[in-house]
Design a binder for this molecule. Structure first.
Ligand code: PLP
Length: 448
């Protein structure tokens, strides 16, 4: 039976084996099993080339498809824009870019300057470049350039974004990475790096930031980057006091606070943006994935006006602008997709839906908390993880091979979930789910 391009599933699989070089994939596995090929989606259901259907507990594999599959208005918005004007360089504005910037500024009024690019990694690279150039414009005689990051966060695949990522396995064999990136501990209470217990821990994980700024020298530190709720590093929502303290430390040492909302943005955690759970006021926010729900590749780096103003100079000043460019940053069809995506999220109140379904999912998963292998269930909204342990008392992680078995078993039952993939050696023991925000209770029940 034809699946696509006049080819059946077997022929597609043969071409797959012959030509593809997939992300994060050991291709030897396809010597023994059919490579999965996804063909179509509707709502929160995805179908493969063999006609099997799955509840997509991962929103497109990497928590991106917030509004779900099969959205006709997305297709219409994109195709209408492509018909009118498919492309013009982002250094010259087009109406969808202008309207998207206005919309993002309305969502985040304290960050009204909007820089568009193509991927989460790039959005973070832009944030680092903005931070470095900002301080070089501000203090030409100092060299305030270092970026601090946490050891479980992930900020992308390009070399500087990778240098700012804490997941050591992902960095292996790619060095040397760019210099000037400094690591601090994470904020996961279940495995407190300070051997403490909340409350009464003095929020030492946040204070570690201050220690590092002092050790590195405050004149050398430009920014700290965090995922408001760490996603791939183990689903880590910090305690309420954490970000206010991080922010206070940043302000005291004049260090920019960059929040990477690539996963947590656009309703994923039950509010429009993840940082909004914490009453924190970042200087720069980056976003991608849920910005256009994967219908088109687009990301944004949004900043305070006071940061933007540092880049202003007299017209004859040949270096007086943000010295960065990207061919597809500002792409018309991508901006149209993002605009329609945000309209859907707002009109259908998908952030609230994510909060309600997330509460239901957490309650369902808490019923598993008594099992001997469940160490902790944690998350916010529809971003939820289960930490699996071999022994509850010692919290020794359940070996990775068992998690792989659970993911495979879930798939055989028609559910796609994820697991940490060699993020922190010996600590790859978190299963997670982040379904499209339109999922219903029956879908959640199946995931549970
Ligand atoms: N930031 C976070 C928190 C991510 O999870 C990811 C990707 O998974 C990225 C950045 C990088 O985004 P992209 O893969 O679009 O470059």
């Amino acid at each position: 039976k034809e699946v696509a391009g006049g080819l059946d599933a077997d022929e597609l699989a043969r071409l797959h084996r012959e030509h593809l070089w997939l992300h994060l994939t050991n291709h030897r596995q396809f010597d023994h099993q059919e490579p999965p090929i996804m063909v179509e989606g509707n709502g929160f259901i995805i179908k493969d080339a063999l006609g099997r259907e799955y509840v997509d507990g991962l929103s497109g594999g990497v928590w991106a498809v917030n509004v779900g599959y099969g959205r006709e208005t997305m297709v219409k918005a994109i195709s209408e824009q492509l018909r009118r004007l498919p492309y013009y360089a982002g250094s010259l504005a087009t109406p969808p870019y202008i309207l998207l910037a206005q919309k993002l500024a309305a969502l985040l009024p304290r960050l009204p300057k909007v820089y568009i690019s193509n991927s989460g990694s790039e959005a973070n690279e832009k944030a680092f470049k903005i931070a470095r150039q900002y301080f070089r414009e501000q203090y030409p005689r100092r060299d305030k350039y270092k970026i601090i990051y946490r050891n479980r966060d992930y900020h992308g695949t390009t070399l500087a974004a990778l240098a700012s990522s804490g997941q050591t396995e992902r960095k292996l064999k790619f060095g040397p990475l760019p210099a000037g990136f400094v690591e601090i501990p994470h904020a996961l209470c279940y495995r407190c790096e300070f051997g403490k217990r909340y409350p009464g821990c003095n929020i030492d994980c946040a204070r570690a930031l201050e220690t590092v700024i002092q050790t590195e020298g405050e004149d050398s530190v430009a920014a700290v980057i965090v995922e408001p709720i760490t996603a791939g590093g183990g689903i880590i929502p910090p305690v309420a006091e954490y970000y206010p303290l991080v922010q206070e430390i940043c302000r005291r040492y004049e260090v920019l606070l960059i929040m990477d909302e690539v996963v947590t943005g656009f309703g994923r955690t039950g509010l429009m943006f993840g940082h909004q759970h914490y009453g924190v006021d970042p200087d720069i926010i980056t976003m991608a994935k849920g910005l256009a729900s994967g219908y088109m590749p687009i990301s944004a780096t949004v900043a305070r006006k006071s940061i933007f103003d540092r880049f202003l100079a007299e017209p004859e000043d040949t270096s007086g602008y943000f010295r960065d460019i990207s061919t597809f940053g500002g792409c018309t069809g991508c901006s149209a997709a993002a605009l329609e995506n945000i309209r859907i999220i707002e009109e259908e109140r998908l952030a609230e839906q994510s909060a309600a379904m997330g509460t239901y999912l957490m309650a369902s998963l808490q019923e598993l908390a008594g099992l001997p292998v469940v160490g902790e269930v944690r998350g916010k909204g529809l971003l939820v993880g289960i930490e699996l342990v071999a022994d509850k008392k010692s919290q020794s992680p359940l070996p990775e091979k068992y998690l792989a078995q659970v993911v495979a078993a879930a798939k055989a039952e028609g559910v796609i979930i994820g697991r940490m993939v060699r993020s922190v050696p010996e600590l790859n023991n978190v299963l997670y789910t982040a379904p499209p925000l339109i999922i219903d209770k029956a879908g959640i029940d199946k995931i549970t």
